[in-house]
Write a new protein. Sequence first.
Length: 283
Amino acid sequence: MRHARTDQTSIDEKDYSLTDRTTQRNLSGAGVGDAKLIGKIMRDAKVPFGEIIASPMFRTMETAQMAFGTPTASPTLRQVDPSPEQRALIAKAPAPGTNRALVTHHFVIERNVPGITPGAIGEGEAVVVRTAADGSIELVGRFLLADWQRLAGPAAAPPQAAPGHGPGPAGPTSPFVENASPATKLAAAYIRVFSSGDESKMQAFLEQHGVPNPERPMAQRLASYRDLFARLGAMEIVGTDSASAAEATIRVKFKSGPGTVTISVTETEPVRFTSIRLALPQG
């Protein structure tokens, strides 16, 4: 399973700490609700789990705990590039009469499960696999977010925000983030990172969410950010001017007056920005 839904206004810091959640992207209120709902479905259906293993990030460990039971942390489920150890962990057959739950990240699923292409597994979604006689992995099926809701039945309550999760006080409110288009979410994340004044966070954001542009090397981008932040300072989100699948414009307030942030994004998963344009205060 890919971890449940997260707060898209934050990113993992370049040198994140496994013991400090403030350096990581964490579950949102909706994600906590999703994970708890999956846990109820599993308990009601009496699905037996033997091993429960998760990537050591807070969002994966907490998803595993709420959905399946107490997990064991494995850095192997955080590795971006497949390895023999990662393939062996995924291909290991469960003990008789049980299932194994692995809570990980999209890239681990995409690179190890046949038939799963990049962008096919969203946050809170899962694949069911089995180990063939020759030790290879076979895809049995998928669970999408809509499937969890269908299995829970019409009486299931919509996810509610939980204490300690979701955007912090410096970011947009939960309804703004969770009901927004992917372009708007990415714009909100950019605004939050910009407002931090932290170049290492901006570099991590650009590397993780930007389409590479050989004509604008990272050093040039960071120099531009350094100059803009020195002149403008932090931004405060005022509202959304327009939003579509390909572009979003957010109204913001700088210390010197109002402005806008417009972000253009790819229309294929994973969503990445192709350009960011700031309309600055006049004068």
